[in-house]
Design a protein around this ligand. Structure first.
Ligand code: ARG
Length: 287
């Protein structure tokens, strides 16, 4: 069953692939400074763990094929959202042209590297109805520097306290209207009390169901700053640690529809099992 997340993702992406180049191509670079939603442009050298998932075959070459975000959690491991890797998004089996773009601020440039994906692991417990368990791991065909790896927040990390300032990164929609950024943006948001998302997303609607154990609520009480379509799978960072992955929300930047993120502290155990072999192989000083 295709629920809201898949549609939310697929619709703007189709736009991006087919027509959308329109707003992007005509937008003056200087006009593009309101973004993720309510964010600001950043240089990827300051957030080297922020990467783009791309497939030119599936999404066209206008923005290097970018369709989701991701985050480097090991020298050959990129964490992203499970819903970014659905068959409707990347094909089944996933397109062989799936790449991770590292070190590239502007998708229109040739900066950084496009690294092929050697293996795809999607959380088998991902639930497209509630959106629970929205995470996946990509194995890179070649390692990135250790300095690009971001530490993960664990259980009880104080960064999860409501009110904590956090930053979300992505190349996604900057207006909520299918206007895709071509350079990386970030927005400052706050960790919100679970109650706020429980109220907004009680279940029984087209939206997912907010489950506080595995999800994280973030945004601004008054709206305005948020992640949006195309940012999915990308990082939410607080106190220098990865606390969330962009997952879903109702609209973008709406006070009544806060951003919902995959709660990283809830997946670290699964993750270390998935990464286990690779983690023990990857010596920190490997070239
Ligand atoms: N599902 C979207 C994507 O695939 C991310 C939506 C995030 N929405 C939000 N309001 N925070 O890119």
């Amino acid at each position: 069953m295709r629920r809201r997340v898949a549609r939310a993702l697929a619709r703007p992406l189709v736009l991006a692939a087919v027509g959308a180049a329109i707003p992007l191509a005509t937008a003056a670079p200087s006009a593009a400074d309101s973004v993720v939603i309510g964010g600001f442009p950043v240089d990827v050298s300051h957030s080297p763990w922020a990467v783009a998932l791309a497939s030119r075959d599936r999404f066209g070459g206008t923005r290097a094929g970018q369709f989701c975000g991701g985050v480097v959690v090991g020298r050959t491991a990129v964490l992203t959202a499970a819903h970014c890797l659905g068959g409707d998004v990347v094909g089944a089996p996933p397109t062989r042209d799936l790449k991770v773009i590292t070190g590239r601020t502007d998708l229109l440039s040739r900066q950084g590297k496009e690294i092929p994906v050697r293996a795809v692991w999607v959380n088998p417990h991902y639930d497209a109805d509630t959106n629970a368990g929205d995470f996946a791991v990509l194995t890179l065909a070649e390692p990135v520097p250790q300095s690009s790896v971001i530490p993960l927040a664990g259980a009880g990390d104080p960064a999860y306290a409501p009110g904590t300032s956090a930053t979300v990164y992505g190349w996604g929609d900057t207006a909520g209207t299918g206007v895709y950024a071509h350079s990386l943006h970030a927005a400052r948001v706050h960790v919100l009390p679970d109650a706020q998302c429980e109220r907004a997303y009680p279940g029984g609607s087209e939206d997912g169901t907010y489950l506080p154990g595995s999800m994280l609520c973030a945004g601004e009480a008054t709206g305005g700053r948020d992640a949006c379509q195309g940012d999915s799978g990308g990082p939410l960072v607080a106190r220098g640690r990865l606390i969330g992955l962009v997952s879903w929300g109702n609209g973008c930047g709406r006070a009544e529809g806060p951003g919902v993120y995959t709660r990283v502290s809830d997946i670290v155990r699964t993750l270390s099992q998935v990464l286990g072999v690779k983690a023990s192989r990857g010596a920190p000083d490997e070239p």
